[in-house]
Design a protein around this ligand. Structure first.
Ligand code: SF4
Length: 87
């Protein structure tokens, strides 16, 4: 059984890592929620950032999230080839 089958909500192709300080910043969290075309980012009731696991594989690698956050705080990992997008 593959890991994906055991954990159906775990993304197979894409993972997004966000620095803690950014995830706790309500302004940046709201901006990320707004820019991502496939709703990978959401804001919780306390206005911190949530990564929507079930949408991760919808990532279109548009880099809008990288532009919306301070440099070096977000990494979009392409699990299928081991590379990542960052700025
Ligand atoms: S690269 Fe684009 S689609 Fe992927 S998480 Fe960032 S904003 Fe969303």
């Amino acid at each position: 059984m593959t890991a994906a089958a055991e954990h159906p909500l775990t993304a197979v192709f894409i993972d997004v890592e966000v620095e803690d300080a950014i995830a706790k910043d309500p302004e940046i969290a709201a901006r990320l929620e707004e820019v991502c075309p496939v709703d990978i980012f959401a804001t919780r009731d306390d206005r911190t950032l949530e990564i929507v696991q079930e949408n991760l594989d919808e990532c279109v690698l548009c880099e809008l999230c990288l532009q919306a956050a301070p440099q070096g705080t977000i990494e979009v990992k392409k699990l299928y080839d081991g590379t990542s997008l960052k700025r």
